[in-house]
Design a protein around this ligand. Structure first.
Ligand code: AMP
Length: 297
């Protein structure tokens, strides 16, 4: 297998991407933190299909981790990642050198107000400030036509879309469905932390979301009742500590009390030292859903 070109310097990366664009070649960007799995690779495959050139970035971004989180132990299997990217036929991988992204004296951050403070943001203060900042930096280093993100991190996609709209960023955001194991577990680099036993317990997350979708499909419109059923499932999983389980508005992530249009079920829990999140878009049985349709999902 021919390995993809690995670039570690931002100025070199930007020059290459601008050269492609000048030739009229479309460019797709897939930002990741590495430890690549089939979820990441679905984004790469779509970019390779839709764009003439694909750039994958691998950077474990320190500013989106809290002081007591897993930044230091986050998996970094770089050689394996590069093989996967090569097999997927991406053109270029950006693996920034340590001093490339946050230089001494870096004090500028992007704050997407409101939505960044809810749910994940409430539990991980500063998380979305770190996400928005690194994503904007990557958009500047890789002036791509399209950038690909996973629905797996639903709140992140809402924060990024908001930033792109508010700051007039000239890039199209594509969101692709969550890739799951056959038993329902959403693929995540953090699944590597789970013991076999913990992994079984983690299935309560996807189970609670499927149950929420089933109840809505069966006509249940009381969102509080559906969320209570999700919490019941999660709280009955031994050793699982619930952070939140709720039904929210797809655009502003505010909790809803009725299922009167498309909603998103969100769930987050801790299992041992591992924190997992999952979600499901529930969009069924509404005569006119065009206004709330999820773009690209
Ligand atoms: P991460 O490396 O965790 O920052 O994720 C990089 C990108 O892959 C993000 O846009 C994630 O939403 C996406 N992603 C992670 N897990 C999955 C999955 N199971 N299915 C689809 N996309 C995913």
């Amino acid at each position: 297998l021919r390995s993809p070109t690995v670039i570690t310097r931002g100025d070199e990366l930007r020059r290459q991407v601008l050269a492609w664009r000048a030739e009229g070649e479309s460019v797709g960007l897939v930002p990741t933190m590495g430890a690549l799995h089939a979820g990441h690779m679905s984004l790469v495959a779509r970019s390779v299909k839709e764009c003439r050139r694909t750039v994958v970035t691998i950077f474990v971004n320190p500013t989106q981790f809290g002081p007591d989180e897993d930044f230091a132990r986050y998996p970094r299997p770089l050689d394996r990642d590069l093989e996967l990217v090569a097999a997927a036929k991406a053109d270029l991988v950006f693996v920034p050198a340590a001093d490339e992204i946050y230089r001494a004296g870096h004090v500028t951050f992007v704050e997407v107000e409101g939505i960044s403070q809810r749910w994940e943001g409430a539990i991980r203060p500063g998380h979305f400030r770190g996400v928005a900042t690194i994503v904007l930096k990557l958009f500047n280093l890789v002036p791509a036509d399209q950038a690909y993100f996973g629905q797996k991190d639903y709140q992140q996609t809402v924060v990024i879309r908001r930033m792109v709209a508010d700051l007039n960023l000239p890039i199209e955001i594509r969101v692709l469905p969550t890739v799951r194991e056959p038993d329902g577990l959403a693929l995540s680099s953090r699944n590597a932390y789970l013991s076999a036993d913990e992994r079984t317990r983690a299935l309560a997350l996807s189970r609670s979301l499927r149950r929420a979708a089933e109840l809505a499909a069966a006509g249940q419109r009381d969102a509080k009742l559906i969320a209570a059923e999700m919490r019941r499932i999660l709280e009955s999983a031994p050793g699982l500590i619930l952070d939140y389980a709720t039904l929210v508005d797809p655009d502003n992530l505010e909790e809803v009390s009725r299922v009167a249009g498309p909603v998103v079920a969100l769930a987050a829990a801790r299992i041992g030292r591992t924190r997992l999140i999952d979600n499901e878009i529930i969009n069924i049985g509404f005569a006119d859903t065009s206004a709330g349709e999820m773009p690209n999902v």
